[in-house]
Design a protein around this ligand. Structure first.
Ligand SMILES: Nc1ncnc2c1ncn2[C@@H]1O[C@H](COP(=O)(O)OP(=O)(O)O)[C@@H](O)[C@H]1O
Ligand SMILES: [Mg+2]
Length: 283
């Protein structure tokens, strides 16, 4: 059993899961190798693949899509390609909302198009907004604009020259309650952590595992059900949940490609992850 774990080198930030995962796989007798998705030689050989820390794909979505499609054509890939492709661009938030899943209110602006952000935000009653790339990770280019909507306009215009952009109202629950990152491993909810607010240039700050409210879990499950991910028997999934202005939980992010899974905070989740891989190898 040889498993290729897709990463990128250099990593934009350390991966707290990596060493824990490699150790656990080795203990289970699964030979695993970290391989950068940029490595042209390694990916010519078929081998079973799990995507974990390919975090720089946000700078070249087309190349990453081509890579993932080519790998999945010759090898097993967990999570499945269909799930990966549907989760790379955060337009999935709009699709989730259309399915009735509570999500952070989101305006999607397409690259290159001009948009009167001032008018669009004003029409929605948004004065304090967050602007971020629609293909993003690690809070890349993610900014809260509190000053004036004219400032938001300038920031959007600059980003829109290069990428699709999301505009959302700023949810101040991220400061007091924090975000909850809910983790599912091999189809089962395993644990959640609290994440502190993080904007462009900031570092990730997460808590120990902690209990979550049933309403937060229900939102996570609704998001997974909407993308068919509960039935798909996914190896891993993470749903980040915040609270809207009325205090109701909403999806901030659905992470099915390369989420940190906070194994350090919950060793049984790591064991379940490895067992899930072993079971898939036996199929
Ligand atoms: N609408 C928002 N309200 C408050 N904070 C936000 C909002 N959008 C993003 N943030 C902050 O920015 C972080 C990164 O945004 P997120 O949507 O999770 O993108 P990614 O993690 O892919 O970079 C969030 O974890 C949160 O701290
Ligand atoms: Mg996030």
């Amino acid at each position: 059993m040889i498993l290729r774990i897709a990463t990128c080198r250099p990593l934009p930030e350390p991966d707290a899961d990596e060493d824990l995962l490699l150790e656990a796989l080795q203990s289970a007798g699964i030979e695993a190798q970290m391989v950068s998705w940029h490595d042209p030689v390694e990916w010519q050989r078929p081998a079973t693949t799990v995507i974990r820390s390919t975090w720089d794909y946000i700078h070249d979505l087309e190349a990453f899509t081509r890579w993932a499609t080519a790998v999945a054509a010759t090898s097993a890939m967990w999570n499945p390609l269909k799930i990966i492709l549907g989760n790379l661009h955060k337009r999935y938030l709009i699709e989730l909302a259309a399915c009735g899943v509570p999500v952070t209110p989101t305006l999607l602006l397409e690259r290159g198009k001009s948009a009167d952000i001032y008018a669009q935000c004003a029409a929605r009653g948004w004065r304090d907004v967050v602007i971020k790339p629609a293909v993003g990770a690690g809070s890349f280019e993610t900014r809260r604009i509190t000053a004036t909507l004219a400032d938001a306009d300038a920031v959007c215009r600059r980003l829109l020259a290069e990428r699709d952009v999301l505009v959302q109202p700023y949810l101040d629950s991220v400061e007091h309650h924090g975000e909850r990152a809910l983790v599912w491993i091999d189809g089962e909810f395993t644990h959640a952590v609290r994440k502190s607010p993080r904007f462009s240039g900031g570092v990730e700050n997460v808590s120990d595992a902690l209990p979550i409210a049933p309403a937060e879990r229900a939102v996570g499950e609704a998001a997974l059900a909407a993308v068919g991910a509960l039935g798909e028997d996914l190896l891993y999934a993470r749903v980040d949940v915040a609270k809207d202005a009325a205090g109701h939980p909403v999806v901030m992010e659905l992470e099915l490609v390369e989420p940190s899974l906070f194994f350090l905070q919950n060793p049984p989740a790591l064991r379940r992850f490895v067992a899930g891989i072993a079971r898939r190898f036996q199929r």
